[in-house]
Design a protein around this ligand. Structure first.
Ligand SMILES: NC(=O)c1ccc[n+]([C@@H]2O[C@H](COP(=O)([O-])OP(=O)(O)OC[C@H]3O[C@@H](n4cnc5c(N)ncnc54)[C@H](OP(=O)(O)O)[C@@H]3O)[C@@H](O)[C@H]2O)c1
Length: 202
């Protein structure tokens, strides 16, 4: 399969890219990293990315930002960071990208545990994750040519504990192999309209 991974150089992305590269043709995209340039918050760069890459069998997005801050500090503009990047960036990837996906191809978007189990400072990040879950379920009903779409929603990943662990008191980090498997289920499985949750609430 020809697999395009936006954010494929990031903390999660590099593990996912390395796994798929064993058996597939992987192209990594990012604003400054990878094989192809794209900023998902800028739709014209999504179009340009697909024009340069051509047809793909799977488009995986492991990128997108949202502003983290106390609710009382959040301005309307702060909320628009997440709406423009993580939410509409991924929606636009599908809106534009479905014209370029090969028959039977798949989209895999990335959300996170905040949709179901938010922590302090995440009114925006939790909100956009939940919106993406609803988008994925609805878009699956309308995608044609056998195309599929899923979201991978994981808990705090092991490789990010140093950076974000303090924000997730009592959360059990998710081993990277389990996170990678979420993406494998979406890309190599046959399911669609699914939110693939990888949480450890035990
Ligand atoms: N870390 C966790 O524990 C965790 C858990 C669940 C969900 N998530 C979600 O998973 C996603 C990736 O997290 P991460 O920790 O792997 O992040 P990361 O280490 O910051 O990596 C993000 C990657 O995405 C690219 N990127 C960022 N913004 C982009 C944009 N606007 N357009 C195109 N590429 C962009 C970056 O490359 P360039 O700098 O070259 O653009 C980088 O390769 C995020 O949406 C995050 O919320 C993370």
């Amino acid at each position: 399969m020809k697999i395009l991974i936006i954010g494929g150089s990031g903390t999660i992305g590099k593990k996912v890219s390395a796994h798929f590269a064993r058996n597939h043709d992987v192209l990594v995209a990012g604003r400054v990293s990878g094989d192809v340039r794209v900023d998902i918050a800028e739709p014209q760069t999504i179009e340009a990315m697909f024009e340069s890459v051509g047809g793909v069998d799977a488009a995986v997005c492991i990128a997108g930002d949202a502003k983290w801050d106390a609710f009382e500090q959040m301005s309307e503009a702060d909320f628009y960071v997440g709406l423009k990047s993580k939410l509409m960036g991924q929606v636009n990837l599908v809106r534009i990208g479905h014209h370029y996906l090969n028959d039977g191809g798949s989209f895999t978007l990335t959300t996170g545990i905040l949709a179901d189990d938010p922590v302090m400072l995440t009114t925006s990040a939790a909100m956009v994750n939940g919106a993406i879950h609803s988008f994925v379920r609805a878009a699956a009903l309308e995608l044609k040519r056998g195309m599929r779409i899923n979201a991978v929603s994981s808990g705090l990943v092991e490789d990010a504990v140093q950076r974000y662990g303090a924000y997730f008191p009592g959360h059990n980090p998710i081993p990277m192999e389990k996170v990678v498997n979420g993406y494998v289920r979406s890309v190599e499985g046959k399911g669609t309209g699914r939110v693939i949750r990888i949480y450890d609430n035990g």
